[in-house]
Design a protein around this ligand. Structure first.
Ligand code: BEZ
Length: 386
């Protein structure tokens, strides 16, 4: 009897250790996103999109379950290095996914580069991340700040604008967005008469709007997103400027914000790598699944989160779940055509999406597709040596 019990216990222990050996460890995903502050809704949409994609794959990536370690980065660059170091060194995450704010993303890219940790950027457009800081282990599922801005510079010229004023938050994303717009606008013979800005995340626009009224440009180009975009669009209309000076923007101005902006956003033209009415089977299926799961409409941030998970799945499948094989992971992702709701795209050599930039116009609660402003636009990846 005693011998029988010992054998049974030994068998149980063996079975347990066998099943442990057969169940691959979970993939630890370090989600570093803003969950508070002006970009909170953007962080939530990214996480929603990321989780939706994984759910569509049966809740696993290449047969491995996922464990999330989440950090609210508050869109605060001064806390970014500590936050990302905690994920990498304390929590030992296999992959970092983040973030929204360009300044925070630059700190993430530095740590990823120094430690070799995989990083997938699901929003922040900081040009340098897929420019001078480009690295084999860093990927972006979103855009570079240059891309939608450059496209809007061309659109403004085609619409006949000659003089523009720009207005944005004073940080990498705003500065680079204005620079991208300027490049195309000046190439087409336009002139920027004044660059206006205020510190991130301030929303005291009144004095700047008064200055715009007195400068009387043909158009205003702007980069604002999230809560600040809502307030800026409303203040621009309240100041009476919407009637007299067309407001153009990188599409973040009106993405995920239309419920709050209401009629004040109606008619605005923006450029972005997504629109609400693409009408493709792929996008329709994504939008339906997202709306069913989260009881709200998706936006560009949800798409970028979804595609970050697709990039992770493609790389992880290629290395059969062994994320230490970084070179094989990268080579699979570099060859892949990503079946995005925005339309299929591939990554450039610098690992930034080469993608169509759409001209959209706000109609009711939608950023309606007007045309493809620039087809297959690749970021110039200035300074990338890879
Ligand atoms: C950025 O900081 O890169 C950014 C933030 C919000 C929307 C788009 C870009």
């Amino acid at each position: 009897m005693k011998a029988h019990r010992i054998t049974l216990l030994a068998a149980c222990a063996m079975a347990a250790s066998l099943s442990m050996a057969q169940t691959p460890a979970k993939i630890k995903v370090g989600l570093m996103l803003p969950y508070t502050g002006t970009y909170a809704a953007l962080g939530i949409a990214i996480e929603n999109g990321f989780r939706l994609q994984i759910a569509e794959q049966g809740g696993k990536i290449a047969g491995r379950e996922i464990e999330f370690v989440k950090v609210d980065d508050e869109s605060d660059p001064s806390k970014a290095t500590d936050n990302v170091n905690k994920l990498v060194k304390r929590d030992n995450v296999d992959v970092l996914v983040g973030t929204v704010h360009s300044g925070v993303a630059m700190a993430m890219a530095k740590v990823a580069k120094d430690t070799g940790t995989l990083l997938i950027v699901p929003n922040a457009g900081a040009d340098i991340v897929t420019g001078a800081m480009c690295a084999p282990n860093i990927f972006r599922s979103s855009f570079s700040n240059w891309q939608p801005a450059y496209a809007m510079g061309e659109v403004a010229i085609k619409k006949g604008a000659k003089k523009a004023v720009t207005i944005t938050h004073k940080y990498a994303a705003g500065d680079e967005s204005v620079k991208g717009f300027r490049e195309a606008f000046e190439k087409g013979g336009g002139q920027i008469v004044k660059d206006l800005s205020l510190p991130f995340p301030g929303v005291e626009f009144q004095a700047l709007l008064t200055e715009i009224a007195s400068l009387k440009p043909d158009v205003v180009y702007t980069f604002f997103a999230g809560g600040a975009a809502v307030k800026f669009v409303k203040d621009y209309a309240a100041a009476g400027l919407k009637k007299s000076i067309p407001l153009y923007g990188a599409g973040f101005l009106t993405d995920g914000t239309l419920d709050a902006q209401g009629a004040d956003a109606d008619g605005l033209f923006t450029t972005l790598h997504y629109a609400d009415s693409l009408g493709t089977a792929r996008d329709n299926a994504f939008r339906l699944a997202y709306a069913k799961t989260y009881k709200m409409q998706p936006d560009v941030y949800a798409v970028q989160g979804y595609d970050a998970a697709q990039i992770l799945a493609i790389g992880t499948a290629a290395v059969k779940g062994d994320l230490s094989k970084k070179a094989e992971f990268a080579s699979a992702v570099e060859k892949a055509k990503i079946d995005s709701p925005r339309g299929p795209f591939m990554l450039s050599k610098a690992h930034n999406p080469v993608q169509d930039i759409y001209l959209r116009q706000v109609t009711g609660k939608e950023n309606k597709l007007v045309s493809v402003a620039i087809k297959g636009l690749a970021d110039p990846a200035r300074g990338c040596k890879m």
